[in-house]
Design a protein around this ligand. Sequence first.
Ligand SMILES: *Cc1c(COP(=O)(O)O)cnc(C)c1O
Length: 439
Amino acid sequence: MTGHPAALATTRSDQLHQRAIHLMPGGVNSPVRALRSIGRDPIFIARGGGAEIEDVDGNTYLDWMCSWGPLIAGHAHPAVIEAVRDAATRGTSYGAGTEAEVAIAQEIVDRVPSAEMVRMVNSGTEATMSAIRLARAWTGREKLLKFAGAYHGHVDGLLADAGSGLATAGIPASPGVPEAQAAATVIVPWNDREAVTRALAEHAREGAGEIAAVLVEPYPANMGLVPPAEGFLAFLREAADASGALLVFDEVISGFRVARGGAQEREGVLPDLTVLGKVIGGGLPAAAYAGRADLMGRVAPAGDVYQAGTLSGNPLATAAGLATLELLDAGAYIHLDQIAGQMAEGLRLVAEQAGVPVHVSSTTGLLTLFFHAGPVTSYAEARECDTEAFGAFARAMLERGVYLPPSQFEAWFVSLAHDEQHVERTLAAAAESLGEVAR
Ligand SMILES: *Cc1c(COP(=O)(O)O)cnc(C)c1O
């Protein structure tokens, strides 16, 4: 090909980015995809299979992002694709009940210890929004308590001090949120018992609490993975009970990932309501909220709390979710635990060898490499990380064919498709990349 030098330098991703930037805000449909925080332009993906994705220029990457959590079975898992294909041939949506919806509700109730009834929705945001409405109706209270650095979707009242894309962009709150919504949200530091006790006591009138729900990511993963301190979740259960607030676990990431029944099963602490998403849709749009039968009985049409959805429980997402859950047996969790553990241990070692101070946190199916010298137990500590170093590291990894979640404030997602060879490849790339960062 005899081309103009400038044309040769232009990749298909660059060309798509140039078009997209005029058609979509920032050229993307969700902020972190723009890769701004690591100083890159967005990469456009053409296909995925197993643990790998390929961009429109034919570059392949080992993928530790896995669509930010849903793809616990990896890309295009044959069983998931077959289930979706099979469902699609029978129609994509009916706006009426199906057998598969009953099956997925049963599966959720069987797995998640606190779930007695389920309502399917289409996104984690919608699920949190709906769970909050139910908590407010049940308690007759309006205020919410959330933790700094936690992300619960882009619900108006929950965007303050939120993790995920807001943490990545350094946005403390979003314009466009009504003041009353922001004022109804009380924010406390993660893992800080005294702050929780104080907030619950302060937000009370004539002895009666004003907090409708204590909203918790039991294994927070949107400021990077910052596990709960020993006993903290049990403490929250007691504190919520004492103040008459509902305890709501947002298990959109941890659900079906850190254990068969999520963080609540692992930690033995049961919330009143649970918010589920990501894995439950197996890569298609599905989410849910679930909880005690008396609470869920308040949801319309059984009860008076209104919530509806044209595509809720749609056949394709339900099929993908069911097929994914079917793959998540005891052996699957052993695998997710081993791969995350090997990655975490390996990353600590290569970082030490490169002389780069890091803190690596991990649990079953999740890990985060923090560019931070000491432990990370709160959002304040996560924010002390060297995000420049993270950006340089993530760029260096991309050049070596490893696609990490492009933000310091996210977790790496392990899938069933990741194996020990992928771990070795990643660690070899990390050793070189950390060497570059250290220079
Ligand atoms: C991703 C996420 C959400 C939002 O889910 P969407 O499907 O993106 O709306 C809510 N809570 C947590 C903990 C999440 O990680």
